[in-house]
Design a protein around this ligand. Structure first.
Ligand code: ATP
Length: 364
């Protein structure tokens, strides 16, 4: 079992900086939990508190039912993989992987068994006699993973372990880390600022900003039902578009209006906003939620002027001007428009997001 619980945990550094604020979070046994947010939001600090590398200033940190606020790192049954790999340059891969076990005076035969087993799983058996300096970034990362694996920890902690790898290798290592989690049946806590990495790896994502949790949920929850504009903007590429406007209640339904634009809100949204005609709202339209297969006179048309067309292989990014604002969409590559032309985009109304312009919170 490895359940981790934060009860109203705060972290203030010696200089008084309040890096983590009133954190309440339960990390479930065998879960793959990703801490996601921009640089400086407190995700590494949170991970380091689990590792015992940073003290909890106040609140309780529990492993299963045991309070571990004061437990030293080696009594926590956790293993950490760092972005920098932190390998010993003068030791072989074999020695690097087995180092922690040797320090614990584990039997040599058992060390050998574990090192070879990890090397086989990570497909680096042929590198066991090499030195880290002769390895590629991806191979070094595997060695760092191997060193954590042989400890057979109850919890794996990973701080941006893939950020030094090139784009293609990152994607294949993501798949391997996911597979590792599946076979090891252990709790993983993974820190990243990369939304795509979080979406592909996580059972649940914790989005943080300025030391405060913004939302906790499955990748689907976080992407489809962002609780505020910060979460909505942090996930999605190109980022979600916002339009400020007003709710207009008509014949039992609701419209979003801004100038000439009028979009019919879907029933689940209209229901939430019932009786709120005239209310100012911020509408969110994700980049992928428009296309050109529209019908004349439909109540989902956004007419805009094309500003830029950027092919990205399978799709293209379409930049448009609408009412003095720039919006960016992702559309099919067969859509042929030139800058300066007018385009009618059909908005997928069922996928609209609506936020309160004052609080930035979702209204649906
Ligand atoms: P990054 O991806 O850049 O590491 P992060 O979300 O992991 O970002 P943290 O490393 O947890 O952020 O840092 C959170 C905040 O705490 C930052 O503003 C950072 O400058 C501050 N901080 C981190 N360590 C210390 C320290 N030892 N003393 C004072 N402030 C610190």
């Amino acid at each position: 079992m490895a359940r981790i619980q934060f009860n109203k945990v705060n972290k203030r550094y010696a200089n008084g900086f309040h890096a983590v604020k009133d954190l309440n979070l339960e990390i479930r046994d065998k879960e793959f939990l990703v801490l996601l947010g921009p640089s400086g939001c407190g995700k590494s600090t949170t991970l380091n508190m689990i590792a015992g590398l940073e003290e909890v200033s106040d609140g309780e940190l529990l492993f299963d039912d045991r309070i571990v606020n004061d437990a030293p790192p080696h009594k926590r049954d956790v293993a950490m993989v760092f972005q920098s790999y932190a390998l010993y340059p003068h030791k072989s891969v074999y020695e690097n992987i087995g180092f922690g076990l040797r320090m614990r005076r584990m039997d040599k035969a058992e060390i050998d068994r574990r090192v070879r087993d990890a090397a086989t799983r990570l497909e680096i058996t042929h590198l066991l006699d090499s030195r880290p300096g002769n390895l590629s970034g991806g191979q070094r990362q595997r060695v760092a993973l191997g060193r954590a694996m042989v400890r057979e920890p109850a919890v794996f902690l990973m701080d941006e372990p893939l950020s030094n790898l090139d784009a293609a290798l990152r994607i294949s290592m993501r798949a391997e880390i996911k597979e590792l989690h599946r076979t090891m049946q252990t709790t993983f806590v993974f820190v990243t600022h990369d939304q795509a990495e979080a979406l592909t790896l996580a059972d649940r994502i914790v989005v943080m900003r300025d030391g405060v949790v913004q939302q906790i949920g499955t990748p689907d929850d976080i992407y489809e039902r962002p609780r505020n504009t910060f979460v909505a903007s942090f996930l999605g590429s190109p980022p979600i578009n916002y339009l400020d406007g007003q709710i207009d209640t008509v014949d039992g339904g609701s419209l979003f209006r801004r100038g000439d634009l009028s979009l019919r809100l879907p029933p689940h949204v209209a229901e939430r906003l019932a009786g709120q005609g005239g209310r100012h709202v911020t509408l969110g339209i994700r980049a992928e939620d428009v296309d050109e297969r529209h019908q004349a006179g439909a109540d989902n048309l956004l007419r805009a002027r094309v500003k830029s067309v950027l092919p990205i292989g399978s799709d293209q990014y379409l930049g448009v001007h609408f009412d003095k604002q720039e919006l960016y969409f992702r559309v099919g590559k067969d859509l042929a428009h030139k800058p300066g032309e007018t385009v009618d985009l059909a908005v997928d109304l069922s996928r609209l997001h609506v936020f309160d312009p004052e609080t930035s919170r979702s209204l649906i």
